[in-house]
Write a protein that binds this ligand. Structure first.
Ligand code: MRU
Length: 352
């Protein structure tokens, strides 16, 4: 099994190469983004998506756009960096990895504020590549550490896409599943299709099939019946932002899945890197929830399925309250309740 055979994003000399996820699984098309606007638009339209991958794309977009700066001196250059930061930050509001990556890039630039523009441009390119490589390492570590709670023969329910496509490689929740397979465990996955944009049906099913991992695709509404009649050992979902108290925002439908898991006595886990934890947001009700166009609900892949000109509500994420979460799998181990304490420790303890 080649866990990293899928590359959602890569740096090329004259462009950032992005696998256009809006076209999958029917077409494998790569975008060649040659400026800030094309990278920002790719994030906005979900050509690249998933919290860690959005962070990597933002870092690369930042580094790439600053290489095109026509600034004549450092003051102008830093003013340009602020504009690039704002444009990329505005692309998607929920995934905190976006802000995390951009702040890391900007603060590194400020640490070297007296360096020449070309030196700064090179430092930022190297940092973007570092963020990409670190993400793969982090996911692999998270996958290994998560095995503590994954039994052999496990049936695992998951939602959305949290695999190589949603990260720089390996994946978060799907990374834990990949690591289980790598360790020789016989697991079976139930992948929720994930309405309205079908990241589960289009992307997770594509990745699982490519890797030969046994799975069944179910619609979101089937999850409860699946748990009741077929049973499952655990649910693992990713997250776009985890508040300081452990409340976790993830793809719309995750909240319902967590409640269903509780009702059926199935442990519900979140798998996410520490960069997804937003220590400055105290609880889930303060997490900004992206609302997307109603068009995404009215039509499926360009085919209209509901009457025109109707009211639609399309929040892209929901929040799982911490009381439903058995643990948060991270690269620092599985954080357990009370999350206020375990999260604080993970954010502050440099050695764990
Ligand atoms: O709208 P998307 O496709 O970017 O949403 C992605 C998710 O909700 C993922 O579950 C989350 O980002 C974790 S990905 C590793």
């Amino acid at each position: 099994m080649k866990a990293n055979s899928i590359q959602s994003i890569s740096w090329q000399e004259d462009h950032v190469r992005i696998l256009d996820q809006t076209k999958l699984p029917v077409q494998e098309v790569y975008l060649e983004c040659r400026d800030l606007e094309s990278i920002a638009a790719a994030i906005q339209r979900l050509s690249i998506r998933g919290a860690p991958a959005i962070g990597v794309a933002a870092a690369m977009g930042f580094a790439f756009a600053c290489r095109q700066s026509t600034a004549q001196n450092n003051d102008e250059f830093f003013r340009h960096l602020d504009q690039i930061y704002e444009r990329l930050l505005g692309t998607r509001p929920t995934a905190v990895n976006l802000r995390w990556a951009l702040e890391r890039m900007l603060s590194l630039a400020r640490q070297h504020s007296s360096a020449g523009i070309e030196v700064l441009q090179d430092i930022l390119k190297q940092e973007a590549l570092k963020i990409l490589n670190e993400d793969i390492e982090i996911n692999r570590r998270m996958g290994r550490l998560g095995q503590e709670v994954v039994p052999d023969q496990a049936t695992i329910i998951t939602i959305c896409n949290t695999g190589s496509l949603a990260t720089a490689g390996h994946g978060t929740a799907l990374g834990v599943i990949r690591s289980a397979v790598e360790q020789g465990k016989n697991v079976c996955v139930a992948a929720c299709e994930t309405r309205p944009l079908l990241q589960g049906a289009r992307l997770t099913a594509w990745e699982l099939k490519k890797d030969g991992i046994p799975f069944e695709l179910i619609t979101d509404g089937m999850a409860g019946h699946f748990m009741k009649t077929r049973g499952a050992d655990l649910v693992i979902a990713g997250s776009d932002r985890i508040a300081a108290n452990g409340d976790a925002a993830n793809k719309i439908g995750t909240y319902a899945l967590a409640i269903l898991a509780q009702e059926h006595g199935i442990p519900f886990y979140i798998a996410a890197p520490v960069s997804t934890i937003d220590g400055s947001t105290q609880s889930g009700d303060k997490i900004p929830i992206e609302e997307r166009s109603g068009e995404e609900v009215i039509s499926v892949r360009g085919t209209q399925i509901a009457p025109e000109s109707i009211k639609v509500w399309n929040p892209a994420f929901d929040v799982v309250p911490n009381k439903y979460i058995a643990g948060i799998m991270t690269e620092k181990g599985i954080l357990r309740p009370p999350f206020q304490e375990s999260i604080h420790k993970a954010l502050t303890d440099k050695n764990n």
